[in-house]
Write a protein that binds this ligand. Structure first.
Ligand SMILES: Nc1nc2c(ncn2[C@@H]2O[C@H](COP(=O)(O)OP(=O)(O)OP(=O)(O)O)[C@@H](O)[C@H]2O)c(=O)[nH]1
Length: 331
């Protein structure tokens, strides 16, 4: 294959991806085919500069995804600090007959992502040029993908992304570190009497309330919790590795913080929530139905409260219509 056909093939390949991680993997594979590096990786750090994901490809080895125990060497840390201090897009370091180049893929207050390539020879001018071009295409496509996954008004993940995210959680390591007491949870959160807010103060004002509520969601929940705007005034939160009490405290803290949102002279804004345990062997549509029944109970019993699904089961108020993974093949 000629070099231009080869490059076109790689571009075609990674713009066909609809998943951020697969897109990152395609980028690594393309660059590996072109540069034949010793090691290539994408390192993602959170807002506190802690590593939260590393996807790596070493020569001849398969792809390795890591979400925990990610080791970042002192020299890598120093290079990333240098990039950030001097607002660079890239940096090349020579060491022990090797060359490591660092490229910024994404930079924001919540997330920093870098491509790190270690080579045994310095890339030629044309190779550097090709890599730059690929990174630009990757970055443009990645922001298009992010736009498609984000709710425009609040910046939270949208409903379509929820389906994809929850299926990934079933398939991934989300359940491996759990104990009997620490499990995963799903909460559906719904603003109370939002129609009244819209009717009294107008739709634009209602939009502003949704933006403030989303801000409080981000402030209250942890970095690893996944936040979705599910539709209108309904939000979904996926929480990992919490005891029942910790989960209750977190959602309740959100409930009380929402009431402190100060806007005009309307009644305080309140929310109701329904929570259920995120069980690995139960289909997510059943889980959502459980959380929804708990939410309904909160709404029917005074609003501005949270209810766990197992509470209504104990009270004999829950409908049983479980679907397990065995019943539906969704992969
Ligand atoms: N401002 C604004 N309003 C929205 C948006 N999406 C949905 N809504 C409104 O949200 C309101 C939801 O009303 P209902 O479903 O009756 O719920 P509610 O008034 O919150 O009542 P309860 O949930 O029973 O407490 C409707 O008036 C919708 O028009 C949006 O993006 N912006």
């Amino acid at each position: 294959m000629s070099i231009s056909n080869n490059i076109l093939h790689h571009i075609e390949n990674f713009t066909a991806q609809r998943d951020k991680e697969l897109l990152a993997f395609s980028l690594l594979k393309s660059i590996r085919d072109i540069l034949n590096p010793i090691r290539i990786s994408i390192l993602t750090l959170n807002g506190q500069d802690e590593p939260i994901m590393e996807i790596s490809l070493s020569n001849g080895e398969s792809c390795d995804y890591r979400y925990q125990d990610i080791k970042v060497s002192d020299s890598t840390r120093a290079s990333l600090d240098y990039i950030n201090t001097w607002h660079l897009d890239e940096l090349m370091k020579a060491h022990d007959d090797q060359y490591t180049s660092f490229h910024v893929l994404q930079q924001s207050r919540q997330l920093n992502q870098y491509l790190i390539i270690t080579l045994d020879n310095k890339p030629s001018r044309s190779e550097s040029y090709i890599i730059k071009g690929m990174l630009s295409i990757y970055s443009n496509f990645s922001s298009l993908l992010a736009d498609a996954q984000t709710d425009e008004l609040t910046g939270l993940m949208n409903r379509k992304t929820f389906e994809e995210s929850i299926i990934k959680l079933y398939q991934g390591s989300a359940f491996s570190e759990l104990t009997d007491s620490h499990t995963n949870w799903i909460a559906i959160i719904d603003l109370d009497h939002f129609k009244v807010i819209n009717d009294k103060a107008g739709h634009l004002y209602g939009d502003e309330v949704l933006i403030h509520v989303s801000r409080v969601l981000r402030q209250t929940f942890r970095q690893d919790d996944m936040l979705f705007r599910f539709g209108g005034e309904e939000f979904v939160v996926l929480m990992r590795n919490l005891t029942r009490q910790e989960c209750a405290d977190l959602v309740d803290q959100f409930r009380t913080s929402v009431q402190e949102i100060a806007m005009h002279d309307l009644e305080p804004i309140t929310i109701s929530a329904g929570i259920c345990e995120f069980l690995n062997d139960t289909f997510h549509i059943t889980l959502m139905d459980h959380a929804d029944q708990a939410l309904y109970y909160s709404k029917q019993n005074g609003r501005n409260r949270i209810t766990f699904y197992d509470e209504i089961v104990e009270a004999g108020l829950a409908k049983q219509n479980n679907v397990t993974h065995g019943d539906i093949d969704f992969f």
